[in-house]
Design a protein around this ligand. Structure first.
Ligand SMILES: C[S@@+](CC[C@H](N)C(=O)[O-])C[C@H]1O[C@@H](n2cnc3c(N)ncnc32)[C@H](O)[C@@H]1O
Length: 310
């Protein structure tokens, strides 16, 4: 299988620029996916360097393993990145030179006919990144109350018609179980219609369900501080996010670690630690070039932020 054809790594040149990999260094790729970024990091760190790679998708990891473990110093783990502290502890690694986080879904996941991430492909309504997890998108659509569904669509999808869509789902499931991507896409279409012919009306609902099924924001929230605590002085972290909810978390956590106030309350009420442990390398998110967006439209919403440990 040609992994390069299954997922094109996003903002590869910028990732390498901001990670500023040291030859012989130790690096962590928290979201190995198909291994595109990992492959470039391995090239930069040379044969003396080592890479620790994590992904919660075992299928992607198997493909990455074939691509990357050419006798080189790489250890791959089927793990949620929130367990990175435990992984490093088990490996007796106390400090690393760089950490990469490339959030969201891979093209492999989106395009896989059985995984249920895309409204464009008729498949079971699944959306689990980790297929050993029990909860699927169909479970949420079946179990959540009308209000809970509307909240998920609004909070994680910023979907303006969240309540009407939730109501239609509850009406429909009273007579037939909603178990496929096509069924859900048609329900959303029947409520929301096509406002913009470039964006399918179910885009936001699918994004929201995916975030909820995989607890994407929950995993991210406490993780960045934990990860940065493993960086050596001068070590760098690079995070790429694909929607504003993720980017907001990355920005807030980086600012907090950069010693800034993130609550914006008056000084006497502020309880932000204001203890600087990193230097912000990107005041504003770095965006892909026009050329990259043209070549790989999936990169268009990418935002890269980076910090360096003091
Ligand atoms: C955009 S892809 C990464 C692509 C990769 N950088 C490459 O070059 O091929 C995102 C990957 O992150 C993984 N992922 C998302 N959340 C995760 C988590 N909490 N823990 C581990 N892996 C996660 C997904 O399974 C997916 O494979």
């Amino acid at each position: 299988m040609f992994t390069t054809a299954l997922h094109t790594p996003v903002m590869l040149a910028e990732v390498i620029q901001y990670l500023a990999c040291k030859r012989g260094g130790t690096y962590v790729d928290c979201t190995v996916g198909l291994g595109g970024h990992s492959e470039a990091v391995l090239r930069e760190i040379g044969p003396e360097g080592s890479l620790i790679g994590l992904d919660r998708d075992d299928h992607a990891l198997q493909l990455a393993r074939e691509r990357l473990t050419n006798g080189r110093r790489i250890k791959l783990f089927h793990e949620n990145f929130k367990n990175l502290p435990l992984v490093l502890k088990n490996l007796h690694v106390s400090g690393v030179d760089g950490i990469l986080l490339d959030l969201g879904v891979s093209s492999l996941q989106l395009m896989s006919p059985q995984r249920g991430f895309s409204f464009a492909i008729e498949s079971p309504l699944d959306m689990r990144m980790d297929t050993t997890q029990k909860l699927t998108a169909a479970d949420l659509v079946r179990q959540l109350s009308e209000k809970e569904l509307a909240d998920v669509f609004f909070k994680y999808g910023e979907e303006g018609k969240s309540r009407r869509i939730a109501r239609r789902i509850v009406e429909t499931r009273a007579t037939e179980p909603i178990v496929t991507t096509g069924q859900l896409a048609r329900i959303v279409e029947s409520v929301a219609g096509f406002v913009n012919r470039h964006i399918h009306p179910a885009t936001r609902v699918f994004q929201a369900l995916r975030i909820a099924v995989n607890n994407e924001l929950g995993n991210l929230k406490n993780f960045i501080g934990d990860a940065v605590s493993f960086l050596k002085a001068g070590g760098r972290m690079v995070a790429i996010s694909f929607h504003s909810l993720e980017d907001r978390i990355v920005k807030t956590e980086f600012n907090l670690l950069g010693g800034k106030c993130v609550c914006f309350r008056p000084a006497e009420e502020c309880s932000c630690p204001k203890k600087q442990v990193v230097r912000l390398l990107t005041r504003k998110p770095v965006r892909p070039t026009e050329e990259e967006v043209h070549r790989n439209p999936r990169s268009r919403s990418a935002r890269l932020r980076s910090v360096e440990k003091l």
